[in-house]
Design a protein around this ligand. Structure first.
Ligand SMILES: [Fe+2]
Length: 243
């Protein structure tokens, strides 16, 4: 396992440009998401007092999350490698960057910054069912820690739920995946005819490779967050059967 150096968010280091970037991205994504994002995500924004004019302060968020679901942000300098990332989830710790892209990079970014990590992921950590599932993925990873093939399958599960998941809402879908929530291109792609939307199917997801440098060609939709939690025994069984 790579050694990851924990770092601290130093709030006074944020520049006027950082605040502008946060505001522009927040307003753009919030408007795009109107009416098509999971209500649990919107509740999370309210519960954690997210808004466009203030870059979230991790000390403040951690205090609020502690009371809600006991999750905490663990600040890292860059994207954490999978085994470390998953093992933190088991302890209800979400690894997050604390730096923001520049104005020049506003529409394209090679690796996740705190807009993705914080705006995309953190609001749903306030939801008990969702965050219980998130933690359980971490616990499963500890069982599979020495088996790259099993970890790969867990990454696929993570990808098609936490990052790019949809949840059914009557005749349409709401977005709950952080990779869609934080990306204008993904929001447009997910409702276009260019992408396939399929019902949540574990056997398929565990076999499905994913791409990281283009918009997603395929998304899976769940009925509710309960479906994720209820599928944990089957996830373990399926992954263990493929060793
Ligand atoms: Fe992410």
């Amino acid at each position: 396992m790579n050694k990851i150096k924990p770092i601290k968010q130093i709030y006074s280091n944020y520049s006027a440009e950082d605040f502008k970037v946060w505001e522009l991205l927040y307003l753009k994504q919030f408007n795009l998401l109107r009416g098509i994002v999971s209500q649990a995500f919107l509740n999370g924004l309210d519960l954690l007092d997210f808004n466009s004019s203030k870059i979230p302060d991790f000390i403040d968020i951690n205090k609020k999350l502690k009371k809600l679901t006991s999750w905490q942000i663990k600040t890292v300098s860059n994207i954490a490698e999978p085994v470390y990332f998953f093992s933190c989830l088991a302890k209800k710790q979400f690894t997050s960057t604390c730096w923001l892209r520049t104005i020049k990079e506003i529409d394209y970014l090679e690796e996740p910054d705190m807009f993705h990590d914080v705006f995309g992921h953190i609001p749903l950590l306030s939801n008990h069912t969702y965050s219980d599932f998130f933690q359980k993925i971490g616990e499963l990873s500890l069982e599979f820690i020495d088996d790259d093939f099993k970890i790969k399958q867990l990454q696929r599960l993570y990808w098609f739920t936490i990052e790019f998941g949809l949840v059914k809402n009557q005749d349409t879908f709401d977005i709950y995946g952080a990779g869609i929530i934080s990306s204008e291109k993904e929001i447009k792609n997910v409702y276009s005819e260019n992408s396939i939307k399929k019902p949540f199917n574990l056997s398929e997801i565990l076999k499905q490779d994913f791409i990281i440098d283009k918009v997603q060609p395929i998304y899976f939709f769940i009925d509710s967050f309960d479906q994720l939690l209820d599928s944990l025994a089957e996830i373990r069984k399926l992954i263990n059967s493929k060793s």
